[in-house]
Write a protein that binds this ligand. Sequence first.
Ligand code: DX5
Ligand code: ZN
Length: 221
Amino acid sequence: MSDYIIAPSLLSADFARLGEEAVNVLKAGGDMLHLDVMDNHYVPNLTVGPLVCEALRKYGIKAPIDVHLMTRSVDSLINDFAKAGATNLTIHPESTDHVDRSLSLIHKHGCKAGLALNPATTLDCLEYVIDKLDLILIMSVNPGFGGQQFIPAILEKVKKARALIDNSGKNIRLAIDGGINADNIHKVAEAGADMFIMGSAIFTQPDYAKTINTIRNELNK
Ligand code: DX5
Ligand code: ZN
């Protein structure tokens, strides 16, 4: 399968030059931008709001923007990020009292909807909302920071999520987020992921094109 998506996570980019970094990483072969939204309540870190998403659009970014909401509540942010130009909106089931309603709200705005599962969150929460999902995001670190180590037990979960998607017959992306690099990406793809969110593995390297190229070669091995 060559239909892999590489989504560089801007969390590890140089925020003082965010527009430039976004353009460069897309030119280097990134398929879409992953934007991590943290509120210092749901996760112990604070990042950006819809203003930054809108600024990237105004700067000329045409590629899809994959917004990952790690916030205590999501519905008003869903409205704001949709207006700010988000393509995908992914939420954690723990951040809303009404997962089904929040997913419908994402679709109402014409965005793609994703559900993100923390390392300790089981796949059960997918059962009754699978029809409303365009994306399942498996967290392979605890959310909040870039540059953490991949949790090996998550490989098994990726396999189970792949089976669930295949059984559903739906066209749902299976994304992995956290600690992905050229050394482990092949294994994760084998387990069934087809979208790879990568922050530090790309942005700590001097040559983004060379790095993304190496990653794609690993995927297509
Ligand atoms: C972590 C974020 C990730 C983060 C991944 O909470 O959701 O998107 O940027 O960073 P790396 O690839 O460095 O683990
Ligand atoms: Zn993320």
